[in-house]
Write a protein that binds this ligand. Structure first.
Ligand SMILES: O=CN(O)CCNC(=O)c1cccc(Cl)c1Cl
Ligand code: NI
Length: 186
């Protein structure tokens, strides 16, 4: 299981590299990596376990953040509705955004990253809607449209696979700048 000591922090070159494509069928090592990346999210989103293991909660975790420069990331968007169903959860492998809205979206709270120890306030302008193509651990191809929070989280994770960090997108002069048709996501 990954702990905070396993998380690579900003300044380590691995976070600024283009990660390598994952080959199928997954090696034992890559299968275990996928499990561990998802387990971190599940444990970190359980308040009791999160505290027990001293974790920072996460809704996504990319392989480069644990020092593995491969195109793999886990996503577990917490359930919002009462039905307790996650709007999107999977381990996304070799993900590609095949199309994206011109319209931007940003979280009103800004973003945080396990690999960035400091708070960096500001809106992180992203595409409000994306069409995501990826492979799951079984090598099955998926293509789906995501919008708002799930779309933001996937873009944050896919950024990690291309050596980008969330604050790269923040306008340094006016961090809370927004054009009037940017969708603000709670
Ligand atoms: O890359 C993943 N992490 O760094 C895990 C910690 N950050 C988050 O869970 C997080 C927090 C706020 C907004 C977004 Cl979009 C994300 Cl992703
Ligand atoms: Ni991150």
């Amino acid at each position: 299981m990954f702990l905070m000591k396993d998380i690579v922090r900003d300044g380590d070159p691995v976070l600024r590299q283009e990660a390598a494509d994952v080959t199928f069928p997954l090696s034992e090592e890559d299968q275990q990596l996928a499990k561990d990346l998802m387990e971190y999210l599940v444990v970190s989103q359980d308040p009791e376990q999160c505290k027990k293991y001293g974790l920072r909660a996460g809704v996504g975790l990319a392989a480069p953040q644990v020092g593995v420069s491969k195109k793999m990331a886990s996503v577990l968007v917490p359930p919002t509705e009462k039905d307790g169903k996650s709007p999107f959860t999977d381990v996304i492998i070799n993900p590609v955004i095949v199309s994206e809205s011109v319209q931007e979206g940003a979280l009103t709270e800004g973003e945080g990253c396990l690999s960035v120890d400091k708070d960096v306030p500001g809106f992180v302008p992203r595409h409000d809607r994306i069409t995501l193509r990826y492979y799951d651990v079984n090598g099955e191809k998926h293509q789906l449209r995501l919008k708002n929070y799930p779309a933001i989280v996937c873009q944050h994770e896919i950024d990690h696979l291309h050596g980008m960090l969330f604050y790269d997108h923040i306008n340094n002069d006016q961090p809370f700048t927004r054009d009037d048709d940017m969708i603000m996501i709670e």
